[in-house]
Write a protein that binds this ligand. Structure first.
Ligand SMILES: Nc1ncnc2c1ncn2[C@@H]1O[C@H](COS(=O)(=O)NC(=O)[C@@H](N)CO)[C@@H](O)[C@H]1O
Length: 420
């Protein structure tokens, strides 16, 4: 959410951000609601002040005066409850629009409607050359009995899967490796709920705009989060953190659930796009200072690159366009990892700076050096997300006889085995 004062003073910047992000939102309606809300507040303050002065005059008035003051006070009482009701509606209408206002994208973001406008910033590593016909991750996994699709579909429907044997152990190895890497960088490892309340989804910005992508459990008034980011943003909401607590750095782990409502027909084969997956999330809450956020954005991006470099997977880093980065982002860099079966790079990581956009929605605050309470800034990035990353590992490190070379950094988690 943006600061309403900022919107009042910079309506054109907000309108420009909305159009560059392809968001339909009525800034002028908000401004006029704000105007009428302030005059309602003004009238309410006057009426309440008048009613207070009546109670002071009451004691000194004679009988006739008391009757008159009593009548005026009753009339004022009605006026005050009407003004309060109108103001409540006005503020609710304002919040409906405020929750849909886009964060202002940074000046370096490519302007464009979707990911086709993303620009490649750098690449690392080279796609592997095979002296045999490489196979895709489905063939590789099925030939080893490492995955169940048909049986999982019996249990859980479309896009379901089960990982068995060494592939299940490889998933655990990837997460343990990522958690150990982040713990070495003083991130606090934490496993967080995936069962969340509506307010948590509003706080991260998944609601109201992306409600359709979220599984709902109406009987319990809860939802299944699509990323640990949801619980991590909500964990400290309504608290006031101290400066010494910042930056708060979490390595958050949770199962992630996504309806993939808009992805029918895309990536239907294999492990690339599923309804339930596991992720280790890098998450930072820091002071509301653009330079501090820029430092953390670079650090989170570097961590993800270290993961891919240590795994030995070729990748590209892209600067996400305004229309791809999403409502709440100041900046987003995706990392796309080479997938031999597709002959292209596919997104495996997404690194975002959000400024105070989530902090304001989730009421995440801290006391600054002058003791003033401020909304905190947040950032997040994927550390590892499986099974999509497993698909990349299987395909890139396959041998002619269908075995998989285990990256050196994962071998300690795989009983020292170099080949599975
Ligand atoms: N439906 C899905 N199936 C498998 N993996 C997915 C799916 N959706 C997302 N992912 C993985 O999760 C990563 C992060 O997802 S994201 O939506 O891009 N970003 C976030 O969730 C942020 N919280 C950063 O992790 C993606 O880069 C991708 O590797």
């Amino acid at each position: 959410m943006l600061d309403k004062r900022f919107v009042r003073e910079n309506p054109d910047a907000v309108k420009e951000a909305a159009s560059s992000k392809g968001v339909a939102v009525d800034v002028d309606a908000l401004l006029s609601l704000d105007e009428s809300g302030r005059s309602l507040q003004h009238d309410l303050d006057n009426a309440q002040a008048r009613r207070n002065s009546i109670s002071k005059e009451f004691g000194k008035a004679d009988a006739a005066g008391k009757d008159q003051l009593r009548a005026e006070s009753t009339k004022l009482g009605d006026e005050i409850s009407k003004l309060k009701a109108d103001l409540e509606v006005n503020l609710a209408d304002q919040r409906e629009i405020l929750l849909r206002l886009p964060q202002i994208p940074w000046s370096g973001a490519p302007i464009g409607a979707d990911e086709s406008a993303n620009t490649v910033v750098r690449t690392w590593g080279a796609p592997p050359e095979f002296d045999f016909e490489p196979r895709d991750h489905v063939d590789l996994a099925e030939s080893r009995g490492w995955v169940e699709f048909a049986r999982a579909r019996k249990v859980a429907g479309e896009r379901a899967y089960a990982l068995r044997g060494d592939l299940m152990l490889l998933e655990r190895a990837v997460h343990s490796y990522a958690l150990d890497l982040l713990v070495r960088q003083d991130f606090v490892p934490i496993s967080v709920p995936a069962l969340v309340r509506e307010q948590a989804l509003v706080g991260t910005g998944m609601f109201p705009g992306h409600r359709a992508e979220t599984y709902e459990l109406p009987a319990d008034d809860t939802f299944l989060a699509g990323t640990a980011e949801v619980a991590l943003v909500g964990l400290h909401s309504d608290e006031i953190l101290e400066l010494r607590d910042l930056p708060l750095k979490y390595a958050g782990m949770s199962p992630c659930f996504r309806r993939e409502a808009g992805s029918a027909g895309r990536d239907v084969r294999g492990l690339l796009r599923v309804h339930q997956f596991e992720k280790v999330e890098q998450f930072v809450i820091c002071e509301a200072d653009p330079e501090e956020s820029a430092r953390w954005h670079a650090a989170l991006l570097a961590s993800a690159e270290t993961v891919l470099q240590e795994l030995g997977l070729a990748y590209e880093v892209v600067e996400c366009a305004t229309g791809d980065m999403g409502l709440g982002k100041v900046r987003m860099n995706d990392i796309n990892t080479w997938l031999p079966s597709l002959g292209q790079y596919r997104e495996t990581h997404s690194c975002s700076t959000l400024g105070t956009w989530q902090g304001r929605r989730a009421n995440l605050r801290y006391r600054d050096a002058e003791g003033k309470v401020q909304f905190a800034a947040t950032l997040n990035n994927t550390a590892v997300a499986t099974p999509r990353l497993l698909a990349a590992l299987l395909e890139n490190f396959q041998t002619a006889d269908g075995k998989i070379a285990v990256p050196t950094v994962l071998q300690p988690y795989m009983g020292g085995r170099e080949l599975i």
